[in-house]
Write a protein that binds this ligand. Structure first.
Ligand code: WQD
Length: 321
């Protein structure tokens, strides 16, 4: 059993590649290195190329006797997707079609898909279950919802077997500080808080303190990247042992506010984190967190790392510079 990991040189991909290899699973990475870093795959076989290259996908699957694909490769900036949507439709959606065609040509018919809680948009109620309405509010989120549907229909027309994993807010770094998130072009809260604490880049903006939440700041479900890696291993084993197609939320089931993230970071850092209280960011819902009971029953998985693990691992990683 070998696994092809697309986007395996990226943030969640590299943590998953490391976990698979620790479990003794042969792994090969396909990544364009547009965003990913070659050193992040820690010596795993790396093919530099695109999921859109069907012949390359087929060749890699055959050369490495791949049995399952874990598909991370995608553009993932919400803001960019609304400014320049073309590459998101082409790379994320059409790229997934090419990937699947390439896989099927090599008789690989199992895929674990990196989806996102963004497919829910602003939830009507929390915690969010997998039955909540799919209402993407930006092009990025729409591409994730469309990729889920493409995979579903290949399940109907070509018996592709799949697991779609809807991540909530991935954060943190490997506990030993060997791999972590690249903060160079992120817009996500945790790396920006670390940058404000650890560099002279200036204060981090708190987008709104007038939400209907306990402290007025936005609430999200922050899940440790190593817990996400564990979930991918569980989903892989689920499919490899004949498990049914499934869609699961990957979150902790707990909401944490922006100000709580700042407070925990200040505790770890030993000093206040420079920040400014500013207006809300357009499109941000007040509260988003998962009902993750389905992942527990269907995969036997639940998050084991807490907020302190997330903040302290992110801090230690970014402190390395
Ligand atoms: C988290 C909270 C902000 C930055 C997005 C994508 C989602 C997923 C995760 C890929 C919110 C607040 C943020 C800042 C702030 N990505 N914030 N100051 O928006 O929950 O989700 O990333 O799948 O698809 O939509 O994550 O980290 O941007 O924001 O106050 O500088 O932090 O308002 O409450 P978000 P985020």
């Amino acid at each position: 059993m070998a696994v092809l990991v697309t986007g395996g040189a990226g943030y969640i991909g590299s943590h998953t590649v490391r976990r698979l290899r620790e479990a003794g699973i042969d792994t090969v990475v396909l990544d364009t290195l547009e965003r990913g870093r070659p050193e992040a795959v820690l010596g795993a076989p790396l093919v530099v190329g695109s999921i859109a290259d069907e012949a390359l996908v087929t060749e890699v699957c055959r050369d490495h006797a791949v049995s399952t694909v874990i598909h991370f490769a995608a553009h993932k900036s919400v803001g960019d997707s609304m400014v320049d949507p073309g590459p998101y439709w082409a790379n994320n959606v059409q790229g997934t079609v090419h990937l699947i065609e390439g896989m099927l040509a090599a008789d690989v018919s199992r895929i674990v898909f990196s989806s996102s809680a963004a497919v829910y948009g602003s939830p009507e109620q929390v915690p969010i279950t997998e039955q909540a309405p799919i209402r993407p509010e930006n092009v990025y989120a729409e591409t994730k919802a469309m990729m889920e549907r493409v995979i579903h229909w290949y399940g109907v027309t070509n018996e592709l077997r799949w697991a779609s994993l809807r991540y909530f807010n991935a954060a943190g770094a490997s506990a030993d500080g060997v791999i972590g998130e690249d903060w160079s072009s992120t817009t996500n809260l945790v790396p920006l808080v670390m940058r404000a604490a650890l560099t002279d880049a200036g204060p981090v903006d708190v987008f709104g303190t007038d939400f209907d939440t306990p402290d007025g700041s936005g609430v999200r479900d922050y899940i440790h990247v190593e817990d996400l890696a564990e979930a991918h291993l569980a989903a892989l084993r689920h499919l490899e042992t004949g498990g049914e197609n499934l869609t699961v939320n990957l979150g902790t089931g707990t909401g944490t506010s922006v100000l709580e993230i700042l407070a925990m970071t200040a505790e770890v850092h030993g000093a206040e984190v420079p920040h400014r209280l500013v207006e809300r960011r357009i499109g941000d819902p007040a509260t988003v967190y998962a009902d993750s009971t389905h992942a527990a029953t269907a995969l036997g998985w639940s998050a084991t790392r807490n907020l302190r693990d997330i903040i302290s691992s992110a801090y230690a990683w970014h402190r390395q510079g």
